[in-house]
Design a binder for this molecule. Sequence first.
Ligand SMILES: C[S@@+](CC[C@H](N)C(=O)[O-])C[C@H]1O[C@@H](n2cnc3c(N)ncnc32)[C@H](O)[C@@H]1O
Length: 284
Amino acid sequence: MTSQEVVDEVNEYYDECQVDYAMIWGTNDHLSMHYGYHEDGMSHDEAVVNLTRVVAERADIDADDRVLDAGCGVGGSAIWIAENHGTEVTGININQNQIEKARRGASRHGVEDLTDFRVMDFTDTEFEDESFSVVWAVEAACHAEDKQEFLREMYRVLEPGGRIVVADGFVGKDELSDREVNGLEAMLEGMAAPNLDTYEEFLEHAEEVGFTGVEFEDRYDSVYPSARRIYLMTLLTLPVGVMLRLLRVRSEAQMNHLKAAYHQYPMLKSGAWVHGLMYAEKPE
Ligand SMILES: C[S@@+](CC[C@H](N)C(=O)[O-])C[C@H]1O[C@@H](n2cnc3c(N)ncnc32)[C@H](O)[C@@H]1O
């Protein structure tokens, strides 16, 4: 597949599965499309905001930063950062519908002057070198066919001393059983992710493009409750999903998305994939 074909497929997936994100993830309320970080019996909505808070703390974001939210979804993180830190945030996304939703969200939250949402591919942006002090990528880099290409472009647009935070899924181990290979394949297909690096490969790629101080935290405990919740919801909805697919009411992409929602939980538990947070810096 060419890079453009991958982008087109990801774009189509998000248009088709927007309704699932709204229903299963509550995206319309908190404008976020990620697992969240759970602590002490938090609700999903609270966990979603908590991830943004924890990752913003890790990147040490303040009002003087210029943040690029790469793969910004419908704008939840960018809006939260602008609202809570007074920081200028540019969100980019290949999906036009999501960008429009993000702009409407920013205006509802009164941060349209601090946020700028644009349709752009994060592996090939239009920004000048060294345009940002922070790159933020939450559950987005997984969609890049070539993770190193993504990291290289993010390195280019960061100023010296800039920071990158990537919260995402990675393959968890080198040796996978047949069951894990099949489970991961179903997961990636249903989430329009062309492939995943192991987290060691991803960190190596970061160092290869020039990042230093590369650190990684496995956030298993933080995402486990969401993974389980999505799985349980899928158990309830899968039979109806299959019926609607047979009646051609739901598309193949929507069906695959449900299957992915099913597989992600046992695969997380078995360690076939991990949800981790990478932090790195561009040298001064
Ligand atoms: C799972 S969503 C996460 C969205 C957001 N980061 C969040 O935390 O809510 C992944 C996002 O990455 C976007 N995306 C995928 N490939 C992209 C690319 N090549 N360039 C820019 N955005 C991309 C998708 O359209 C989608 O909005």
